[in-house]
Design a binder for this molecule. Structure first.
Ligand code: GTP
Ligand code: ZN
Length: 401
């Protein structure tokens, strides 16, 4: 029997060999596409955009939407601790990614030769397990500085190539970010991000009326015409960063075909100026125990709406971005807090608190201090107030938990 089967198989093979069809080659091609050989270069897409614009939402969307690619994710988070919230936010979308890599605190582009490159090099040791890299920069990063890694480092260039830069813009706050003035006439972060983008995604269109959108569109067009040598960044509008992925992945924006060299593009926008706004700081608060939902709301509203939380010099804290993981009384699930300027949201995650472990609340603020321009209200301490101190930053805030 075995022999007979063997003979049949041989006959089939023979028949296949005789047949001048392209089938075997096609099969091979498909395999090559799915599993790039050791020599194949891996594309990297940089996802940039100001704090809270919807980068992680886009990342999540790509991870859940895209099924034919094995995607590795590199996150560059700004602020200690926020990577945890981020990883929770991303993993809510599914567990499709192959690799998870987190950079330490600090900015990827400020430590190009150190953590940034090392992270990518480490990732490349797992080459063969993924065929695409998505790199999310911090909301304050200059994507140009991150992108420059890809042509500065020749060795890296043999493994991976920069496929494109995608910038997400917040419909509600984008205009404000683009208009922000920086000391010394420097180009602000939001403008750099937009000017360098191969694709601009105007996100959160659900939050604004058409007139505002149209104003934002005009501002962006003006920036890309003036800021980028190609002036051709494509603009799309989305809700929840839902965009046809053919517009995001495999753009080959810097290939010979596109006619734009990365170096040329970067020359224009990335001056050797400091790119992180020194006035923007990150503060992390931690408090053990459970928070009462109502008290948490009061605290966040004081912070974001009343803007009456101050440092010891009496300067008001203006929050640009707030992220947190909190434990709400009588809720088994961990709750994520998301805030962008005045808007915020509490969202239950599928992750439960460990029964035995101490619950903690952690909030990460990315903010800026302004001289007091608001009425001199202050947070009214309540019975269960816990004082959280961040001595190194020279101020403390009372949180009602
Ligand atoms: N209303 C509305 N909210 C959105 C939309 N897209 C994202 N969000 C919310 O905006 C908040 C910020 O989204 P993220 O995707 O975390 O933004 P990000 O750019 O990754 O933020 P950072 O990494 O902190 O800079 C979250 O609460 C999202 O749920 C949208 O289209 N409409
Ligand atoms: Zn940097």
């Amino acid at each position: 029997m075995l022999q007979a089967n063997g003979a049949e198989a041989e006959e089939e093979e023979q028949a296949e060999e005789d047949c001048p069809e392209l089938v075997p080659i096609e099969t091979k091609r498909r395999e090559e596409e799915e599993k790039p050989g050791p020599g194949a270069k891996i594309p990297v897409t940089i996802i940039s955009g100001y704090l809270g614009a919807g980068k992680t939402t886009l990342l999540n969307y790509i991870l859940t939407e895209q099924h034919s690619k094995r995607i590795a994710v590199i996150l560059n988070e700004f602020g200690e601790g926020s990577a945890v919230e981020k990883s929770l936010a991303v993993s809510q979308g599914g567990e499709l990614y192959e690799e998870w890599l987190e950079l330490g605190n600090g900015c990827l582009c400020c430590s190009v030769k150190d953590s940034g490159l090392r992270a990518i090099e480490n990732l490349m040791q797992k080459k063969g397990k993924f065929d695409y890299i998505l790199l999310e920069t911090t909301g304050l990063a200059d994507p140009g500085a991150v992108a420059s890694m890809f042509w500065v480092d020749a060795e890296l260039g043999s493994d991976i190539y920069l496929d494109g830069i995608v910038t997400v813009v917040d419909s509600k706050y984008g205009l404000k970010h683009l208009a922000e003035e920086k000391a010394g006439g420097l180009i602000n972060e939001a403008t750099r991000q937009v000017a360098l983008a191969d694709l601009i995604i105007i996100n959160k269109t659900d939050l604004v009326p058409e007139e505002d959108l149209s104003q934002l569109r005009t501002a962006i067009r003006y920036r890309i015409m003036n800021g980028s040598i190609n002036g051709l960044g494509k603009i799309l509008e989305t809700q929840r960063s839902r965009v046809d992925l053919s517009n995001v992945l495999d753009l080959h924006a810097f290939d010979g075909l596109s006619g734009i060299s990365l170096q040329k593009k970067l020359q224009y926008v990335s001056a050797t100026q400091p790119h992180l706004d020194q006035n923007i700081i990150t503060v992390t608060f931690e408090a053990p125990g459970n928070a009462k939902e109502e008290s948490l709301n009061v605290f966040i509203q004081n912070l974001l709406w009343e803007k009456n939380v101050r440092n010891k010099d009496g300067h008001c804290m203006e929050v640009i971005r707030l992220k947190g993981l909190v434990s709400i009384k009588d809720r088994a699930q961990q709750v994520i807090v998301q805030g962008v300027h005045e808007l915020y949201d509490l969202e239950e995650t599928p992750v439960s608190w460990d029964d035995d472990a101490q619950r903690t609340n952690r909030l990460v603020f990315i903010d800026r201090f302004r001289k007091a321009i608001y009425p001199s209200a202050s947070l009214v301490p309540r019975a269960s107030t816990q004082k959280l101190r961040k001595e190194s930053l020279g101020y403390h805030v009372c949180v009602n938990v």
